[in-house]
Design a protein around this ligand. Structure first.
Ligand code: NAD
Length: 405
């Protein structure tokens, strides 16, 4: 018994049939669809929508555009979404979508045609009370607006609740842009409180400087954490003066202007591996999955890994970290702020009400604090790592909702 689902099942004394149900997705939609390129050539693209479990509510989960996206990855992500929604106790199941494409090679017009074609291909299986997509790697509000528009045309009525992460002007929620990072910060603050660590300024290294990573950097810097190193897909940098760290406000402007973090003043360029091994108290993976290897785990200097990315640890890495007393705060808890505010957006759409940003952040804090406290207590009660505890919380809730007729 090694994977967290099995470990949780053992602790919960889960019925065999419940474990079997949770071990496979309920539905897999695999689609191939044509897209007209700007050159006039027609290309066929492949995509997926995996629906893992809807015992607790409609399937919910992002759509990823990446050249290496495959069914296994999307299925793992769909499974994690079921767990994530259950950990934070929002009334959704788990799903995930993906298109095999390098979005950097397409023009905006081509991306729009691709997104609309993908929406038509999966239109039968999505819907506001069926399956509600959202942004993930290399998709954002713009893509969600296209999905909303295309889906509304298909069903013949404006249906904003079919996707979340929309632009504010067409039904998006205030606060959604920073929700994943802010949720992660709330969880981090709870865990630090439990560890009674707050005796010095804590330093942080962040892998990935997109939505999750850059917002986490900004929010943590505002709260007095020292961000000593960051990486994007092109490069990684470390502050010349680790006591002072990076000026995140200036770095964000720099990255916006130059498209990269490299050559930011008073920093040295380092390798991606050096970033992972940087001498920080906390390592925050916020890029793609599987980037941290067991070899890295043997040498990581951080005392805590906060998984803002989904599945950042390669198989075998976590066991090594646990043996070395490095605390791993798992993705299904650490990055659940995004889906939580997605739920708030969906609630605003279906009730036709608008929440203030303050209300969004207050509700987010309540949700994340409660989940973090519950998971911590489960981990103490059963003397387990935090990931297993998070799965115990999630699987217990889903199992209660499963009805076998
Ligand atoms: P994003 O596309 O905005 O940013 C991804 C970042 O990772 C970019 O800065 C990119 O340059 C960097 N990157 C890519 N490959 C890298 C590599 N090999 N080394 C270092 N950096 C690399 O994506 P995002 O929305 O910030 O998502 C990041 C992670 O967070 C993903 O794992 C995603 O599944 C997870 N996540 C995001 C959200 C959300 O709301 N955005 C919610 C939950 C989980």
């Amino acid at each position: 018994m090694s994977n967290p689902l099995q470990k949780a099942a053992e602790i919960l004394k889960l019925k065999k049939e419940h474990l079997q149900i949770l071990s496979v997705p309920q539905r897999v939609a695999q689609v191939n669809f044509p897209v007209k390129m700007d050159s006039g050539e027609v290309k066929i693209f492949s995509g997926y929508r995996v629906q893992h479990n809807n015992a607790r509510g409609p399937y919910k989960g992002g759509i990823r555009y990446h050249q290496s996206c495959d069914l296994e990855e999307v299925s793992d992500l769909a499974f994690w979404m079921s767990m994530k929604c259950a950990v934070v106790n929002i009334p959704y199941g788990g799903g995930k979508g993906g298109v095999v494409v390098n979005p950097k090679e397409l023009s905006a017009k081509e991306l729009q045609r691709l997104t609309r074609a993908y929406t038509r291909a999966i239109a039968d299986v999505i819907g506001p009370f069926k399956d509600v997509p959202a942004p993930d790697v290399y998709t954002g509000p713009r893509e969600m607006a296209w999905i909303f528009d295309e889906y509304s045309k298909i069903v013949g009525k404006k249906t904003p609740a079919v996707v979340t992460g929309k632009p504010l002007a067409i039904g998006g929620s205030l606060g959604r842009d920073i929700a994943t990072a802010l949720g992660g910060v709330y969880v981090l603050e709870q865990i630090i409180k439990n560890l009674k660590w707050r005796d010095k300024k804590l330093s942080v290294a962040i892998q990935g400087f997109g939505n999750a990573g850059s917002n986490a950097a900004k929010l943590l810097a505002e709260r007095g954490f020292i961000i000593i190193a960051v990486a994007d897909s092109k490069s990684a940098i470390i502050a010349d003066d680790p006591e002072a760290g990076l000026n995140i406000k200036a770095l964000l402007k720099f990255k916006q202007k130059t498209g990269s973090v490299v050559n930011f003043p008073a920093t040295k360029e380092i390798s991606q591996k050096e970033l992972v091994l940087a001498p920080a108290d906390i390592l925050i993976p916020a890029a793609l999955g599987g980037l941290i290897t067991p070899d890295d785990a043997k040498e990581i200097k951080a005392k805590m890994v906060l998984e803002l990315a989904n599945g950042p640890l390669k198989e075998g890495a976590e066991e090594i970290l646990i043996k070395r007393d490095v605390l791993v705060v798992p993705d299904i808890l650490a990055n659940a702020g995004g889906v939580t505010v997605s739920y708030f957006e969906w609630l605003q759409n279906v009730t036709k009400k608008k929440w203030s940003e303050q209300r969004v952040f207050e509700e987010l804090k309540k949700t994340m604090d409660k989940a973090a406290k519950e998971v911590w207590q489960i981990s103490r009660k059963h003397k387990t790592d935090i990931r297993t505890a998070a799965y115990v919380s999630a699987v217990g809730r889903i199992a209660k909702a499963i009805r076998i007729k």
